[in-house]
Write a protein that binds this ligand. Structure first.
Ligand SMILES: [Cu+2]
Length: 463
């Protein structure tokens, strides 16, 4: 184990690289424009990362193998940087192997570097022809190298809309998916913006999209792999067996941890650091549909369950769905890649005259005003305003219940913990309602709505 890099806090994998031609949507978000790069320049190396709490006094650390970007020189992180390109563009990639065994870079259906020897550097070119979401990873000694952290997301954006239609995330959308994206912002069912529309006046980016790379990490097993005989592959069957089936350890009495995953992450972060992170958790108004690209780089199955809106499953493993299901829970198997399209319709717990979830006349609350916008919630503080922290410096610790935050959590309950405890320190995210485009009199923005959205390269460390 070399531990070339130590991530004291873990920067979060919000950094995004854009290779190839400039895309019109780049102009809509200063975050994406920060890392336009002509080529990919990645080193396969290792890193030690602080997990979950990002608290420098604890010892929740994990060893990883990672893809690290050299140009631009991004902080080391697991997963590797999210890569954006446009369908048809040629991507040049330079790969350096700084680890002890052969490693590779593989994108199913698009590119296979084959084995790169330890110490070697190789340059390749590939072209992604179909817009969509892809997992890139090291497919050697499967699944060890991928699960050790050599993975990330590739997003291929479409180059143009089909004639007479709005842009979808796909080169060949199914008729139903095309209809859905045509309807956003046009039909009476989906008032507001279409996906391709932004609104600088309300700080709303176009092409709203988020990347959730799900992963599980075992500091015990990963360090065992890192300390294995240099140059030899750790036996894959043994890795799977320990990761999935290792015996329970009485950690409390023995201080020994088993080799099952201790940490469950979305794009390298857990718990609060995903749910309250505007680069990972969508923050938008009613009427601002967004895309969430969900990938599973690990070996565990997740049961992803989202509140406030059901989501349309518009693609599964690269295939635009002929009948996009409208789900609130969906099973994410290892290596699965889906697109969830979040309509950002009014949350269905808002009572309306004719039904739920639509831009209809809200019922009246006992305070005598319409139930939407939710004034009671937005004007509530917990604890009450003026509650001071203890200690020498009294700080007002009240928090306003605004914007409106709803969870996405995993019904595979173990994934909500970290090292056996701390429920809600695991694989969790959400969606946040920051206002409504369809309120009488114009766009409403709730207090405390963040001005940043989506993948971001220059933002503060998630910790
Ligand atoms: Cu729930």
């Amino acid at each position: 184990m070399k531990r070339r890099d130590f991530l004291k806090y873990g920067a979060g994998s919000m950094a995004a690289l854009v290779v190839g031609s400039e895309m019109p949507w780049l102009m809509e978000s200063r975050a994406y424009a920060a890392f336009q790069t002509p080529t990919l320049d990645l080193t396969m190396t290792d890193a030690m990362k602080e997990m979950v709490t990002h608290n420098p006094t604890n010892d929740a650390r994990c060893y990883f193998w990672i893809y690290k970007s050299n140009t631009p020189n991004l902080l080391p992180e697991c997963p590797g940087p999210t890569i954006f390109t446009t369908e048809g563009d040629i991507v040049t990639i330079t790969l350096r192997n700084a680890l002890d065994e052969p490693h590779a870079f593989y994108i199913p259906g698009i590119f296979d570097s084959k084995a790169i020897a330890p110490g070697a550097t190789a340059t390749f070119r590939f072209r992604a022809l179909r817009a969509g979401t892809y997992l890139y990873y090291d497919n050697l000694n499967a699944p060890v190298n991928r699960v050790m952290g050599l993975h990330g997301a590739l997003v291929v954006m479409p180059s143009a809309a089909h004639t007479g239609h709005k842009i979808t995330p796909y080169t060949v959308p199914s008729p139903a998916v095309q209809q859905l994206f045509d309807d956003f912002g046009s039909s009476s069912h989906w008032p507001g913006l279409s996906w391709e529309q932004g609104d600088p006046g309300s700080d709303t980016p176009a092409f709203r999209q988020y990347v959730w790379v799900c992963h599980q990490a075992s500091p015990v097993l990963f360090s065992e792999v890192g300390n294995y005989t240099p140059g030899a592959d750790y036996p894959a069957a043994q890795f799977i067996n320990y990761f999935m089936n290792d015996a329970y350890a009485d950690t409390f009495n023995t201080g020994v941890f088993n080799r099952k995953p201790h940490f469950f992450t979305i794009s390298g972060q857990s718990g609060h650091f995903v749910h309250n992170n505007p680069y990972l958790c969508p923050n938008h108004r009613v009427g601002e549909p967004a895309l969430v690209r969900v990938l599973n780089a690990g070996l565990y199955t997740h049961s992803m369950h989202i509140h406030a809106n059901h989501v349309f499953v518009t693609a599964i493993n690269g295939v635009s769905q002929p009948n996009p299901l409208w789900v609130d829970t969906m099973t994410l198997h290892p290596l699965d890649v889906w697109d969830w399209t979040v309509p950002f319709m009014r949350p269905p717990d808002v009572p309306n005259v004719r039904g739920i979830g639509r831009a209809d006349t809200p019922l009246t609350t006992i305070s005598g005003h319409p139930a939407w916008p939710p004034l009671e919630e937005l004007e509530t503080f917990f604890p009450p305003v003026g509650t001071l922290s203890g200690g020498l410096v009294g700080v007002d610790i009240s928090v306003q219940l605004s914007p409106l935050c709803y969870p996405m959590h995993d019904h595979s309950e173990t994934s909500q913990g970290a090292q056996g405890g701390n429920y809600n320190c695991g694989l969790i995210s959400g969606i946040v309602f920051t206002g409504d485009r369809n309120t009488p009199g114009g766009v409403t923005t709730f207090p405390n709505a963040p001005a940043e959205h989506g993948p971001e390269g220059t933002g503060p460390a998630a910790g």
